[in-house]
Every structure is written in C-alpha cells, then in structure tokens.
Ligand binder design. Structure first.
Ligand code: WTA
Length: 681
C-alpha cells in the first residue's frame, strides 16, 4: 500500500488547500449493532482527552497479560523516540496464543482458505496454533541459533504458516520483517540488507489467480543480491505449500536451503517457553517504500504496539471472542500485521487468512467465503471494493452472509463507492468504519467509534480515543475545524502504537515526521513534537476528518490547490465509471492542468459522450477551474500489487516524461496500451 506515498518532508510545500466538497449526510449505525457493541460509553472521549494523557492508555495495556507490570507509562526523555510502558515485561506470542488455551483451546484461531475452491479450508485451533508455534520456535532457537533482538526476513504468501512463523519469532523476541509476497527478489534483498538478516524464511509456491506460482525462485535472487551488497544469508528455510512435496521448479541449494517440514520432524512435541521481554523491545520491522529514497523500516515496539492494536481491535473493529473476522489485506502490509494477526489473536478471535485473489474464480468468491465461514466482520480497501463492484455489482445479494461491521482502509473512499459498500455489501445492516492510519502509526488514527458515532460517507471521523489530530497550514498556523480549508494533518500527542524510529536511521525519522512542525528540537516534552503524517486533510465543524490524499499529490491549477480525491470522487458520480485517477499535466499558463483517467464498469463502451459527462460532473461538483484537459477512458489502471493506482506512471504518460520501471506493477502490459492512446505511439 505504501509505494506511492513517500516524499521527504523537505519537498512538501503546499499545505493550504481549498475544499469544494459538499457535506455528506450522517447515517446512524444499525441499532442491532449498537446493542452489542464493545464501546458505547461516550465518556470514553473524556477519559482519553489530552488532560488525561498519557495515563488513559493504561486501559489498553490492561487488555494484555504482563509478566511484570510497567512502572512508567510514557518516557519522553529521548523525544521524539517515545517509550511506552517502561519497566514492563511481556511476550506477544503468549498474549496471542498461550493465554487463550485455558478457556478456548478448541476454538478456531485461524481459518486458512486456499485459493482453489476444491481444496479444504484448514481450521487451526488455538491448541494447534500453540503446538505449531512452539515447534517452529524450536527450529528458530535450536537449529538457527537465533535469539532476542536478531532480525529475520520473511517472504511468505498468505498461508497459516505466516502467522505461525511471526508468532514463533515473537515467542523468542526475534524481530521479524515480513516482505509482501508479491514483491520481487530484489525488493526482498533490499530489506534483508537493511535489517541485517542472516536467515530468510519463505515458501516454495502459492496460488494466485489459479496459478501455482514458483515463489522459491525469488529467494535465490534475494540471497544473491544481498550477497553482492555484503549481507550473507546463512540459511533459507522453505515451507512447503503441500507438506512433504516440493512445488517449485527452482532447485534447492545444497547446504543453504532446507525444508521446514524436514526440520519439524526433530521438533515434534517440543515446547519453548515464551521469553519475557521488555515492553520497549522491538516486535517487528515493516518496510514502507517510496517513489524516492530507499525503503525505510518502521520499527514497532512490543508492549506499546500490542496494547494499541488490542485496544483498537476491541473498540473500533468491535471484535468479540465469538466473531469470525475477515480482513482481506495481505499480512505483508501493516493492516495485516495489526488487524489480521496481532489484534484479533490478542482478543482470541477467529481470523481468516485467504490465500488468493478476491475475485477468483469469479465475482462471487468473496461472498461465498463470507457465507461459508459465517464471517460477521469484514475489512477491506476501496480498491478492492471498486474491483468487486466493477465486476459483480449484484453478487453480494446472491449470498447469505451477515456482516455486523465492515471496515475500509488504505485510501479515501469516494462517497459513491461507500454507498455501494453500505447498501449492497453490507445490505444496510452493518456499521462501517473508515479507518485512516499508516504503516508508521501501527494502528488507527481517525475513525468513527462504531457504537457511538454516526457515519459520514467519505469521512474517516474524529481521532479515535487518545488520538488528537490537528491541521496546520504551511506557516504552522492551525487550520480550525469548519474552516473549509485543508492542510497538513498532524497528531498532537504520541500514542502506544506509534513506531519507535526508522530502523537504523533516527535522523531520517526526526527529519521526515517531526522537523517541520517541531516547536523546539531540544525539547523533551511530547507537546513540542507533533507527528506529521504527510497527508492533506480537511476537518469539518463536527470534527470529522476527511483525507484528501498525500500532501504531495495536491494539484495546483492557476494557484487553486485541488485534492486529487475530490476530482476523482466527482468523476465517480457518473454511473458508468468504475475507477478514476487524476494527474497534473504541465501547462504554460496555468502551471498544471488535470488529466483524468477513467476505467468503466463492465458492459460499458468508451465514448465521447461519456468523456463529456465526466468533464461536466467535475465542473458541476468542483468548478470550471478543475475542468480536465482531457478525459482518457482506459481499459484498466496501472496498479501496484497492493492495488493502489500508480498515478506516477499516468502522470509520466500525460507529460511525455520517463515512465521508469514498471515491472513491479500488477499489470505492466496496460502501460503500453495507455501510452499508445495518449501519446499515439
Ligand atoms: C492513505 C495503510 C484516506 C493515507 C494503513 C496514508 C487513507 C497512507 C486511509 C498510508 C483512509 C490510509 N482514508 N486515506 N481510511 N487509510 N490512507 O502506510 O494517505 O500503507 O498516509 O498504511 O494511505 O498507507 P500505508
């Protein structure tokens, strides 16, 4: 999700954006939802007010079991590297597995759904999870010789073995760094090098769109590349998609590669005590890459992070122990770490891990999974919602599932798309939370509290309890709620889920996230270190935050700054439009003009009339100033493997500049087709 997002702070220059959006109406969460919600007490906002900061977060820490209770809730002596729950000792694997055994050992912890429908769904109980985590931890400790503080790179697909591997690392305090399975061997190498990993854990193969893909191949590239840059990988541990059978064409490398299933034969029945670790030790690294600069490892803490994801899973995701919870994200992204693995398992929920593509083999697949597993909490991203709507707008009605709660995350959701999600996917019976946050933040920043607040399509909501957003303009003045102007959204206070630093690069951490609005670089007070998210946002009079996108994506036409999402939302008002992406094109007089790219729902043909309708919609919703230079109706958008539209590529095509490397795209072939259309070559 993160490739498109990074630009260093220093490049950011525009932070006051006029907003043209109309206000959307409130929609109340269904009464049936509120009646059972974990959090309905409005006083929570008082309890978590700035006056009660930081002590309010004791509530979250108390959701966990501690070996030793902490003595200092927040230590700011090394600001802005904040330490939470200092003095406490805790273990994440214990909290997500062992502590549930007494009452729930026979309950499903993980439902693993293979992509092929003819394969059996695997239901891993808490007891089985416990056994498998222990046996794998024995390999890490006794075969690999790994210990607390060592880093290990994981490059695994969406299989039950991935959370098992993560929890085994956590049991010993080994810092895992899971690289999104769809990333290349080179991307994996970059992360092996930066983290200094001596072990790589992978899987031979996995299914994607019906193909059994050779994944081991990427391990060979990763290890070779890492070696070239001086980082030796001693062993590659290879899980098998089909235990006992090798499913990749790439040969195993003698002396280096070893099958986990072979090693497990020696560790059957072994039990490894969870290691009590200081709360401020590192649980994992999550790399977030940018269009510029090398990927940075967001370093997440153990006690603070786990408390925060447990708290937000309980109150914002509304997870109860009896719920079946399905988050469609990939565990290779932060959403998967926080809200597939650590949050839900800390609360003893049943969490779904789905191997493949939501639309394989057809548009009904997701809803069949929901029906068959009786999923009642559903979590996905606007890009997936748009894709599902595009190819199967009437599919959800054909299936009998009951969602009480749904989440959208990852980018702003157009109100049109929100309404389809609410009415068609949720059948008007589910509460929706639009959760705005980042890899760096560990957990949610803004969202409605689903049992308390009404929903507003397109708006994330207020800061969640204990998060206090503030919007600054370019000069550091506060843009107050209701001002009708957007600016650079920051968070006034630290919170337990916030990353500790960028792995090995504290200077970059300070520079990128704090320098710009820091009140005093020598200060040890948290009040002087607002966290800069890099997003542009507008806050309505009711305190609801609406995210416009990355501050760098703002388009400046003749001095009018327009948020990309506003223009795209306007295009989506035209019923035939499935997806929209806007990019700036250089113009001698205006500075830039918007070029609008559109993909249609199936069954509709591109036409001059449609292009005109899109243009007219933008003029109507936003104004003539925003009229696109051209509306290009394309067969599909260039997308990253995580589904984000690559505006950079479209921008380069519109401007006739260098497109750069597109091999990491999910659909590189589309680039040429669009280029032909736009540049006539
Ligand atoms: C964007 C994903 C609007 C935002 C959890 C942020 C959103 C970036 C939302 C982080 C949302 C995420 N509404 N925009 N609900 N959620 N974003 O690190 O620009 O992959 O800064 O974390 O996605 O992406 P990341």
């Amino acid at each position: 999700m993160s490739e498109e997002k990074e630009k260093e702070v220093t490049e950011t220059s525009e932070a006051e954006i006029a907003v043209h959006w109309g206000e959307e109406e409130y929609i109340n969460p269904p009464r049936s939802f509120v009646a059972q919600a974990n959090l309905t007490d409005e006083k929570v906002f008082e309890r978590f007010s700035l006056e009660n900061f930081p002590n309010c977060f004791k509530e979250y820490a108390d959701l966990l079991d501690w070996y030793e209770y902490w003595h200092t809730i927040l230590d700011t002596s090394d600001a802005p590297c904040f330490k939470w729950f200092v003095g406490g000792k805790i273990n994440a694997s214990y909290n997500c597995v062992d502590r549930h055994l007494a009452k729930n050992k026979n309950k499903t912890a993980i439902h693993f759904v293979p992509e092929l429908e003819e394969e059996k769904v695997e239901h891993v109980t808490y007891q089985e999870l416990y056994v498998r985590v222990n046996e794998f931890a024995a390999i890490l400790r006794d075969y690999c010789g790994l210990k607390a503080g060592d880093r290990v790179t994981l490059h695994m697909p969406m299989v039950a073995e991935l959370p098992i591997t993560m929890l085994a690392c956590a049991r010993l305090g080994i810092i895992h760094s899971q690289v999104f399975g769809g990333f290349s061997g080179q991307a994996c190498a970059d992360r092996i090098i930066d983290s200094g990993s001596e072990y790589l854990i992978t899987m031979d193969a996995y299914y994607r769109s019906g193909q059994l893909i050779d994944h081991k191949e990427k391990a060979d590239i990763a290890v070779a590349q890492a070696a070239k840059e001086g980082q030796t990988v001693k062993k590659v541990l290879v899980w098998q998609r089909y235990p006992g059978k090798y499913s990749a064409a790439t040969p195993m490398v003698e002396g280096r590669d070893v099958f986990v299933n072979e090693l497990l034969k020696d560790t059957y029945g072994k039990r490894i005590d969870p290691v009590p670790l200081p709360a401020e030790s590192v649980l994992f690294l999550m790399y977030t890459s940018g269009t510029t600069g090398k990927p940075k490892g967001a370093q997440h803490s153990l006690g603070g992070y786990l408390s925060y994801v447990a708290g937000t899973s309980k109150y914002i995701q509304d997870i109860h122990p009896e719920d079946v919870y399905w988050c469609m994200a990939d565990i290779g992204w932060i959403t998967g770490h926080s809200y597939i693995v650590y949050g839900p398992l800390a609360l003893c929920a049943s969490t779904v891990v789905y191997e493949g593509v939501p639309t394989y083999p057809d548009a009904g697949r997701s809803w069949r999974i929901a029906q068959n597993l009786d999923v009642n909490i559903f979590h996905t991203a606007p890009t997936a919602i748009r894709a599902l709507r595009k190819i199967g707008p009437d599919e959800p009605a054909k299936y009998n599932y009951n969602f009480k709660h749904m989440t959208t995350v990852g980018e702003p959701i157009e109100p049109e798309v929100w309404r389809w999600y609410y009415n068609v996917v949720g059948k008007g019976k589910a509460a929706i939370v639009d959760t705005w946050w980042q890899t760096e933040t560990g957990g949610f920043l803004c969202s409605t509290v689903p049992g308390i607040d009404p929903m507003k399509p397109g708006s994330a909501g207020r800061g969640v309890p204990g998060i206090h957003p503030i919007v600054y303009d370019n000069d550091g003045n506060v843009v107050p709620p209701g001002a009708g102007k957007a600016g650079n959204i920051c968070i006034q206070n630290p919170w337990p889920g916030m990353f500790q630093t960028i792995w090995g690069d504290r200077d970059r951490f300070v520079r990128q996230y704090f320098e710009r609005y820091c009140k005093d670089p020598n200060s040890k007070r948290w009040q002087d270190w607002p966290y800069m998210t890099g997003d542009a946002a507008v806050v309505a009079a009711d305190g609801y935050v609406r995210i416009l996108g990355r501050i760098d994506d703002v388009i400046n036409v003749s001095g009018h700054r327009l948020g990309t999402k506003e223009l795209e939302s306007a295009a989506l008002v035209v019923p035939e439009v499935a997806e929209a992406a806007v990019v700036p094109v250089k113009h001698e007089i205006k500075g830039v003009e918007p070029d609008m790219y559109i993909a249609l729902k199936p069954g509709f043909e591109a036409s001059e009339e449609l292009a005109k309708a899109v243009s007219a919609a933008i003029v109507k919703e936003i104004g003539a100033i925003a009229r696109p230079r051209k509306v290009w109706i394309v067969p599909d958008m260039p997308k990253t493997r995580s589904g984000k539209i690559m505006r950079r590529v479209l921008g380069a095509i519109s401007n006739g500049t260098d497109i750069g490397d597109v091999m990491t795209l999910a659909n590189p072939e589309i680039v040429e087709a669009i280029q032909k259309m736009v540049q006539g070559k």
